[in-house]
Design a protein around this ligand. Structure first.
Ligand SMILES: *[C@@H]1O[C@H](CO)[C@@H](O)[C@H](O)[C@H]1NC(C)=O
Ligand SMILES: *[C@@H]1O[C@H](CO)[C@@H](O)[C@H](O)[C@H]1NC(C)=O
Ligand SMILES: *[C@@H]1O[C@H](CO)[C@@H](O)[C@H](O)[C@H]1NC(C)=O
Ligand SMILES: *[C@@H]1O[C@H](CO)[C@@H](O)[C@H](O)[C@H]1NC(C)=O
Length: 468
């Protein structure tokens, strides 16, 4: 950071001390003279140097390699990072900049030579979302919808924290809500339109789904919790849900009393304003103590609002593992088809696309990148780290490559009846070798290595700049 500060100071000094040959600013007015209008044949401007001496910056491994190889470059620890790809001399970046963003987005700052054309932004870090705090330190939530990421037209996301014993208040909304527990444990409960009830306890790695309009609440246990919510409406706003506190506050008190066949006196101590996220009394450990059922009984297991996904064994492949959850085993979550994927260092989620849905993704761990290819001739590469949302519109092709030295864990969410993709490898493996050769002019050796089965994840060298 020392160098960063020096550059900023130089810039400020240059702006405040124009070269001696420049006309002295007239003092006293907010505006300059009309004489400053361009252009004048006697115009002489200062020509300050912009060259960054080569000993004032470092290149990361891979930065001098051919730009079309497009290897991942790690700028996190190099001195005074520069947007260089292929070649040792340039271009450099003397100008105003935010080093932290440049370091985090090396493929944006120094794109692979294969990136082309225009493509809208496909990344949103929750760290850039406003974090709304609940009452009395009870938690917080931040969201990503089309206000933050306009390309995300089919889904929106929320990242929520509940402190020890805190509630997300009894509420309902227009969108279906799919959730992955990121940490801690919770009790969830809901009542459906038939008067059937649901209650369950979930821990890190488990999933719930509440259909649109179904009222529910969420309460953390003693150790608090954090979870991810995915909604099937792109303009969903966590600030616009229907709340039990507002429902009572926004109706005439006489009507509320009549509705419950009671006295208005019962409602003298209603909360003032909405609760949203607020401190609660600890839930009894024994779930039976809060399991209320009426004549209609409990929601059947087939219609369960939760899935103990943490207990599902992952499908192991070379380079990582994958767990799929879609309506085949979690029928209530209609339209939500997800994969929880672990990608080992050096490995990559294979090149693929989805046939019917956009993909909303969330990075739980590690660092990765993906390139979106969009017809006819555009592509752009985006870098991700834990806490980021990614979005790939249907049916754009993409891969997800682990660019770090730890496992990448990511959630892919589709709006589809089943989780599915077209694997580029399998597609070509199941196409006549002659046809593939005629198109791509590849050698026989390539054809014979093609796989007829989906790889999901492919392992490569952990030395990302070691390209054969
Ligand atoms: C859960 O939170 C604890 C406390 O911050 C942390 O140590 C742990 O790593 C978290 N677990 C996961 C899976 O992030
Ligand atoms: C939980 O409460 C129910 C109903 O009161 C009781 O039947 C059950 O034995 C309790 N379970 C435990 C583990 O204490
Ligand atoms: C709640 O009670 C109902 C009816 O007795 C029962 O079917 C259901 O399994 C109970 N749920 C839990 C989580 O104990
Ligand atoms: C990675 O591979 C490159 C190219 O083969 C090589 O120059 C470099 O030393 C390797 N790095 C490590 C850490 O092995």
């Amino acid at each position: 950071m020392r160098l960063d500060k020096v550059s900023v100071l130089c810039l400020v000094a240059a702006l405040l001390n124009p070269a001696a040959s420049a006309p002295a600013p007239s003092s006293g007015g907010l505006r300059g003279s009309e004489n400053l209008l361009g252009y004048d044949s006697n115009n002489k401007v200062p020509q300050p140097p912009t060259v960054i001496p080569s000993d004032e910056f470092e290149l990361a491994p891979g930065q001098s390699q051919d730009a079309d190889l497009g290897v991942p470059i790690d700028l996190t620890n190099v001195k005074n990072p520069q947007p260089i790809r292929g070649g040792k001399t340039g271009p450099t970046d003397p100008g105003p900049r935010t080093y932290v963003y440049d370091r985090l987005n090396s493929d944006m700052y120094a794109p692979p030579g294969t990136d082309a054309g225009d493509f809208t932004n496909a990344k949103w870090p929750f760290a850039l979302s406003h974090n709304r705090h609940g009452l009395a330190g009870a938690g917080w939530a931040r969201q990503q919808n089309t206000d933050q990421l306009p390309v995300a037209t089919a889904m929106a996301g929320v990242n929520m924290r509940l402190s020890s014993n805190a509630y997300r208040e009894l509420h309902w909304h227009k969108a279906g809500e799919w959730s992955l527990m990121l940490n801690g444990s919770v009790r969830i409960q809901a009542v459906n339109e038939n008067g059937e009830t649901f209650i369950d306890d979930l821990t890190l790695g488990d999933v719930w789904f509440f259909p649109a309009g179904i009222p529910h609440s969420i309460q953390a246990f003693d150790d608090g919790c954090e979870f991810l919510l995915v909604f099937d409406q792109s303009d969903f706003s966590e600030d616009e849900t229907f709340l039990v506190s507002e429902l009572f506050e926004r109706n005439p008190q006489s009507v509320v009393a009549k509705n419950f066949k009671t006295s208005v006196q019962d409602f003298k101590n209603l909360p003032d304003g909405q609760l949203w996220i607020f401190p609660g009394t600890p839930a009894p450990k024994n779930i039976s103590a809060q399991n209320v059922t009426g004549p209609a009984g409990a929601i059947s297991q087939a219609g369960s609002y939760s899935y103990h996904f943490s207990e599902q064994q992952p499908y192991e492949v070379d380079g990582g593992s994958i767990k799929i959850l879609d309506p085949a085993t979690f029928p209530i979550a209609k339209g939500f088809s997800v994969a929880l994927i672990t990608i080992k260092p050096g490995a990559m989620r294979e090149m693929h696309w989805h046939t019917s849905s956009d993909e909303w993704s969330y990075f739980l761990a590690g660092s990765a990148r993906l390139t979106v290819y969009q017809a006819p001739a555009s592509s752009r590469t985006f870098d991700f780290s834990a806490g980021d949302v990614g979005y790939v519109p249907f049916p754009n092709a993409h891969y997800i490559e682990n660019t770090g030295s730890n496992d990448v864990v990511l959630l892919e969410v589709l709006q589809a009846d089943a989780f599915s993709d077209i694997s580029v490898g399998q597609w070509l493996g199941l196409t006549s070798g002659q046809i593939v050769k005629d198109h791509l002019n590849v050698p026989e050796g390539f054809i014979s290595k093609l796989s007829k089965v989906k790889q999901y994840i492919v392992q490569g060298s952990t030395n990302l700049t070691d390209v054969q």
